[in-house]
Design a protein around this ligand. Structure first.
Ligand SMILES: CCCCC/C=C\C/C=C\C/C=C\C/C=C\CCCC(=O)SCCNC(=O)CCNC(=O)[C@H](O)C(C)(C)COP(=O)(O)OP(=O)(O)OC[C@H]1O[C@@H](n2cnc3c(N)ncnc32)[C@H](O)[C@@H]1OP(=O)(O)O
Length: 224
C-alpha cells in the first residue's frame, strides 16, 4: 500500500508547515529532474510507454483535497514571502528553474541556471523564459521596495542569446514611482560576465487599490 504523498497533516502547526515545505521542495526537485531527463532522453518508444504508465501511477498517489483556483495555500507567502509553487521561484514547481533571490543595496538579484527544458533556439533559452525571469525579479523588486504591484507593461530587449546550463544573474531594480505606478528595470547576464547584458527590460507595475486587490485575490489573508 502506498502512503499518499501530499496529504496535509490533520493539524498544521509551525513544525508541520516546515515539514510540508521540505517535502514539497523534495518532490519539486525530483519532478524537475524528471522533466529535464524527459526532454533529453533518446529512450525507445517501449521505454517511454513504460515510464508513462509509471508516471500515471505515481500521479494517482497524489490524493486528498485539491486546492481551489483562487485559494492561497498555507505554504505560499503571497504577497511578500516565498511562493512554493511559483513557476519562476517555486521550489515545489517542476516548471521553475528555480530562481533563488537575494536583496542588494538597490534592488534584488536572482540566480538560476536554465536547462534544455527551457530551450528556445537550440542551445539557448526561450525568450518567454527571459520575460518570465525578469517579470518575477522586477515584480519582487516592487514588493521589496514596499510597493507591490502587477505588471501592466514589460518592454523586453534581447541583446544576445541566453546560454543554457550556464549560471545566470537576474537583476531587478525600482527606478521611480508615480502614485500607484512603479517603474522598474531589469537585466539578465551570466554570472561569469555580469557586465555584458544579454537581455534587459523596462516595466511599469501598478499597485491595485485595496478594494481591487481584495476582489482580484479573494484568498488574500487579512493581515496582508
Ligand atoms: C497589500 C495588498 C497587496 C496586493 C498584491 C498586489 C500586487 C501583488 C501582485 C503580485 C506580486 C506577487 C509576486 C511578485 C512577483 C512577480 C510578479 C509577477 C507579476 C505578474 O505576473 S502580474 C500578472 C500580469 N499582470 C496583470 O494581470 C495585470 C492586469 N491588469 C490589471 O488587472 C489592472 O490594470 C490593474 C489592477 C493592475 C490596475 O488597474 P486599475 O484600474 O487599478 O488601474 P488604472 O487602469 O486606473 O491605471 C492606473 C494608472 O496606471 C496607468 N497605466 C495603466 N496601464 C498602463 C500601462 N500599460 N503603462 C503605463 N501606465 C499604465 C494608468 O494610465 C493610470 O495612470 P494615471 O493614474 O496617471 O491616470
Amino acid at each position: 500500500m502506498h502512503t499518499p504523498l501530499t496529504e496535509p497533516p490533520a493539524e498544521a502547526g509551525a513544525d508541520s508547515l516546515e515539514d510540508q515545505k521540505a517535502a514539497i521542495t523534495r518532490l519539486g526537485h525530483e519532478l524537475r529532474t524528471l522533466v529535464e531527463t524527459t526532454v533529453r532522453t533518446a529512450a525507445s518508444p517501449d521505454t517511454l510507454h513504460r515510464v508513462a504508465d509509471g508516471v500515471r501511477q505515481v500521479t494517482a498517489q497524489l490524493t486528498g483535497r485539491r486546492r481551489a483556483r483562487a485559494e492561497i495555500p498555507e505554504v505560499d507567502g503571497f504577497p511578500g514571502g516565498p511562493r512554493m509553487y511559483s513557476p519562476v521561484v517555486g521550489a515545489g514547481s517542476p516548471l521553475a528553474p528555480p530562481v533563488s533571490i537575494t536583496p542588494t543595496d538597490d534592488g534584488l538579484i536572482g540566480h538560476c541556471t536554465l536547462g534544455l527544458a527551457h530551450e528556445g533556439p537550440p542551445g539557448y533559452g526561450h525568450g518567454g523564459m527571459s520575460a518570465m525571469l525578469l517579470d518575477e525579479l522586477m515584480g519582487q523588486a516592487c514588493t521589496a521596495a514596499g510597493t507591490p504591484g502587477m505588471t501592466v507593461s514589460l518592454q523586453m530587449r534581447y541583446h544576445q542569446p541566453i546560454p543554457l546550463e550556464t549560471p545566470l544573474r537576474i537583476l531587478g531594480r525600482v527606478t521611480g514611482t508615480d502614485n500607484r505606478k512603479v517603474f522598474v528595470t531589469g537585466t539578465i547576464t551570466t554570472e561569469a560576465d555580469p557586465s555584458t547584458r544579454l537581455v534587459s527590460a523596462d516595466g511599469v507595475f501598478i499597485a491595485p487599490d485595496p478594494d481591487r486587490a481584495r476582489a482580484l485575490f479573494p484568498g488574500l489573508r487579512e493581515e496582508a
